[in-house]
Design a binder for this molecule. Structure first.
Ligand code: ADP
Length: 165
């Protein structure tokens, strides 16, 4: 069975993430979406449980997709899960340097592990979790940025957070 990992912070999930997950699901027998903490972005807006829950709801129609949270090294998790590939989305040149470094580090830690990059769909090139949070913070409409299944919960949570600060 060919297993791929789709790692990320997903803070929160966007339609860009779901696009990469569904495209990966068509190419592999099983996809494990791994909710992680980005070392460069340790402050999260959503808890790990919330991020997992949102992803589960957005991928409920994808039979070969599982969602899990992991706090260790991705290269080790791949060995535990028997995954052969990491699949990541690439939006722009700005993503490249960091992704390149991560892919080479993972290869050093786990030589069996390949990283594959899928080019983001043209309509999602601009989209990130930060854009969602920024637009929502200033009262903008995020309907086109996040999956419908979780849109209201994301707005409620981001607005609630705003009220506290
Ligand atoms: P991280 O915080 O580790 O960068 P993200 O949750 O932002 O993780 O992203 C997870 C993965 O999804 C990364 O491979 C990223 O490049 C990809 N990704 C993020 N946004 C998009 C998008 N709009 N289109 C395609 N891929 C995306």
């Amino acid at each position: 069975m060919k297993i791929a990992l789709c790692p990320g912070s997903f803070d929160p999930v966007t339609i860009g993430h779901v696009d990469i997950i569904s495209r990966t699901a068509k190419m592999f027998d099983k996809v494990i979406v791994v909710v992680m903490t980005n070392y460069h972005k340790p402050d999260r807006s959503f808890s790990s449980e919330e991020r997992v829950d949102f992803l589960k709801r957005c991928t409920a129609n994808m039979e070969n997709v599982e969602i899990e949270a992991y706090t260790g090294l991705l290269a080790h998790y791949a060995t535990i899960k028997g995954a052969i590939t990491v699949v990541k989305g690439l939006r722009a040149v700005s993503d490249f340097e960091d992704e390149f470094q991560q892919a080479l580090t993972n290869k050093k830690l786990n030589p069996e592990l390949e990283t594959i990059f899928l080019i983001a769909s043209a309509e999602n090139m601009f989209l990130s979790s930060s854009v969602v949070k920024q637009v929502c913070k200033f009262g903008g409409d995020i309907s086109a940025f996040v999956p419908e299944e979780v849109r209201d919960d994301i707005i409620k949570r981001l607005k609630g957070k705003e009220a506290q600060t």
